[in-house]
Design a binder for this molecule. Structure first.
Ligand code: TXA
Ligand code: MG
Length: 329
């Protein structure tokens, strides 16, 4: 989307990218309360937020993302108390929330009886996805707005999630009335999505809170393979695609190809190389994943080859995102 001039920004009240000062956070909260969209950093990725109780604000999010409307949004709140006004918590939900909130875990739970969240935000489902983010800027914003905020990752549907304010500006242009700049997102990969709305807990999306950590608290999980339609509607195969074609687990260079490397032993012959983690640290790799994909994509290479990432812990979340990025329709 083309960026608009500062003159246009002033005319329609769009402030562009601003450092997340205390004053800017209060301005952002005011904007949310009046139905405007605001992009903000979380510990995972940047979100495009709107008042979750305002149907028009939620519709504006879908419009800005170009997102299929059957794809429900995550509701962000400042505290467990606020989450309990939105969703019904059982003992399992309380246990994982107590352990991992604030933090990169989203819980899918039955909607509370008097839940104020727009039905559009949960795409007409009788469940709602809720999380308490751990990032101090997100936390201050949610506190100041004092209402649930619906926020998908702040990218166009099907594109790579933004981990820096500049990514949001380039993806969404003026669709956000304000982009709070809080620097790079420390986790760099979207939250774990855990469905606790049914008897057997189900992992819908792997993330920084691992299946192993959850199983240690509430017992065995079913792991969704993304093929079961509505229970994991966000798991469209090509959800995370960059423009350049991706080849997974490849170390034989093709002409003009870039390499997304991992570890100390990096093959030669590639046009460009970015290393997710030279020391083979999966946490560092997750934090770099989307920023490196953005950078290699922007370098207009003929394709991107990726080295093998160990399929354990956070590596499972990284491999999940890479498989989606490689699956072009
Ligand atoms: O880390 C994150 O979760 C980021 C930041 C901004 O918080 N947000 C994010 O939102 O990744 P989004 O909209 O890009 O992904 C939401 C995921 C999708 O896979 C969606 O289908 C799933 O959560 N989801 C939301 N509500 C659901 C529900 N009621 N049942 C099942 N899945 C749901
Ligand atoms: Mg997303």
């Amino acid at each position: 989307m083309a960026k608009r001039s500062n003159k246009h920004r002033e005319q329609d009240g769009s402030a562009g990218i601003v450092p997340a000062s205390a004053e800017a956070i209060l301005d952002a909260a005011d904007r949310l309360r009046t139905g405007k969209l605001v992009a903000f950093p979380t510990e995972t990725v940047y979100g495009l937020g709107g008042d979750a109780t305002n149907d028009e604000a939620v519709a504006a999010i879908f419009e800005a993302k170009g997102r299929p409307s059957f794809n429900p949004l995550i509701i962000h709140v400042a505290s467990l108390d606020m989450a309990e006004a939105v969703a019904v918590f059982d003992d399992r939900a309380r246990a994982v929330a107590a352990r991992h909130w604030p933090g990169p875990l989203t819980l899918v739970l039955p909607r509370a009886r008097d839940c104020a969240v727009s039905l559009l935000a949960s795409a007409g489902l009788d469940t709602v996805a809720v999380r308490v983010p751990g990032h101090p800027i997100a936390h201050a914003l949610l506190n100041a707005a004092s209402r649930p905020v619906a926020a998908p990752s702040a990218n166009r549907s099907g594109a790579v999630s933004p981990t820096r304010a500049e990514h949001v500006g380039a993806e969404l242009g003026d669709a956000a009335s304000l982009i709070l700049d809080g620097g790079a997102c420390p986790v760099g990969i979207e939250s774990t999505v855990l469905d606790l709305s049914r008897e057997t807990p189900r992992l819908l999306r792997p993330g920084a809170v691992t299946a192993e950590a959850i199983e240690a608290e509430i017992g065995a999980l079913e792991i969704s393979d993304g093929s079961d339609g509505i229970s994991a509607p966000g798991q469209l195969a090509s959800h995370y695609a960059p423009n350049a074609p991706l080849r997974l687990g490849c170390t034989d260079p093709r002409p003009g190809e870039a390499l997304l490397a991992f570890g100390v032993q990096v093959p030669s012959g590639f046009e460009r190389v970015l290393n997710l983690s030279e020391t083979g640290d999966l946490t560092e790799a997750a934090a770099n994943l989307f920023a490196h994909l953005h950078a290699l994509d922007a370098a207009e290479v003929s394709g991107i080859a990726t080295m093998t990432i160990p399929d354990e812990g956070l590596g499972r979340a990284i491999n999940d995102r890479l498989r989606r990025a490689a699956a072009r329709d």
